[in-house]
Design a protein around this ligand. Structure first.
Ligand SMILES: [Zn+2]
Length: 391
């Protein structure tokens, strides 16, 4: 396009289109989390969901108020430790080491316990509302059928990456028959899938009571965990953020694209126009919080680079704990972090391959599959079989 030939109205149109293109590029570059677009898509498809969700929120607010009156925070009544299983689904799943997973687990335990309270980067006005939850996480020690596990399971997939599709009826990552990995019982385990998400989304989560039961959990890109290669977003804070959604938190800016009318349903977070996408320090103001202390870009529910994400507020903690103890209550009583009793010698018959059905021949070669559940290597075994006829 030759600018000299443009008359003024056309030139203004060009500038507008050019500006909108920049906005589009900017928005695309900041799509750190896909959770809210999944939720709004589900609500567009099923408008009754929005009404149900609002009703659920009124009930939740009642529980939050009761807990506030009685002082029943989880730190007061007892920390709840949630069993976690990490499903690593990659073409080369060993690209994610156990040490990385452990570092990721440490990160969420530190963030949910609120151990950054003394960090000097948090301004005093926000230290006054700093939240420390009684939610902790442990690696599962038993599988759904009560076998020992490390809580870290690797799956080799033929998928080069998994697309983030906000409108998809089924998430192929969460099903073995589409190249992913099936969830473990979502009532007993917090399922976390680590994979290569195509595009720029680094993670997404399911809100309580939304979507299929078999898809409840959190997905994070393998480059977002500690030691990953997402520059500025590889300290594992993506999982801290996505777990916030899993426990019913919204983005701190209320997803209203700068309008100042959206809400995160939290009283002690400042109004914020839009997400923060660069490292910030000190007081930062915006169009919705134009005076100090300004916006709380240190909040885990913002998009600020990982190094600057430091806190939840007390009311966010109250909402998460109320959601956990009401909407995700079964996770609080799961025994999945208790180790399985392993004996020295413990072997069982898993299958009989031959004979596979009733036979009439006088001789046959038995074939069986054994499972060694004991600590010791199996070196010999005696199996006694008995024929039930005259042979
Ligand atoms: Zn998010």
């Amino acid at each position: 396009m030759n600018l000299k030939t443009l008359r003024l109205p056309n030139f203004l149109s060009f500038l507008f289109v050019f500006y909108m293109s920049l906005v589009a590029i900017h928005v695309a570059a900041q799509s750190r989390c896909g959770t809210m677009s999944v939720l709004s898509n589900q609500m567009n498809i099923d408008p009754s969901l929005k009404i149900r969700f609002e009703g659920q929120d009124i009930q939740l607010q009642r529980i939050i108020n009761q807990r506030k009156t009685s002082g029943n925070t989880l730190r007061a009544t007892g920390t709840v430790t949630i069993p976690v299983v990490f499903h690593i689904v990659l073409q080369q799943p060993n690209r994610v080491s156990d040490a990385q997973v452990m570092a990721q687990l440490d990160t969420i335990n530190r963030d949910y316990a609120g151990l950054n309270k003394q960090d000097t980067r948090i301004i005093d006005a926000f230290k006054n509302v700093f939240g420390q939850s009684g939610i902790q996480f442990c690696l599962a020690q038993r599988t759904p059928d009560n076998k020992p596990t490390t809580g870290i399971v690797r799956y080799t997939t033929s998928q080069t990456s998994f697309p983030f599709r906000e409108g998809a009826a089924t998430d192929i990552l969460k099903h073995a028959n589409t190249g992913g990995a099936d969830a473990w019982d979502t009532d007993r385990y917090l399922n976390i899938w680590i994979c290569d998400i195509s595009g720029d989304v680094l993670g997404y989560a399911t809100f309580p009571n939304i979507g299929q039961k078999s898809e409840q959990g959190v997905v994070v890109d393998f480059n977002s965990i500690p030691g990953g290669s997402s520059t500025n977003f590889n300290h594992g804070k993506t999982l801290t953020h996505e777990l916030g959604h899993f426990f019913n938190l919204y983005h701190i800016w209320g997803d209203d694209f700068g309008a100042c009318t959206g809400t995160d349903y939290i009283d002690d977070t400042p109004n914020q126009g839009n997400s923060t996408n660069t490292i910030r320090t000190g007081v930062v103001i915006d169009n919705c919080s134009p005076t100090a202390p300004g916006i709380m870009y240190q909040n885990f529910m913002d998009y600020t680079p990982d190094a600057s994400l430091l806190m939840f507020t007390q009311q966010q903690v109250a909402r998460m704990e109320a959601s956990l103890t009401s909407l995700r209550m079964s996770l609080t009583t799961s025994d999945a972090c208790l180790p399985v009793n392993v004996y020295k010698n413990d072997v069982g018959l898993k299958a009989i391959n031959n004979p596979s059905q009733r036979i009439c021949e006088p001789e046959f070669t038995p074939q069986v599959v054994l499972e060694n559940r004991g600590k010791e290597t199996l070196t010999n075994l005696t199996i006694t079989a008995r024929l039930d006829s005259a042979f």
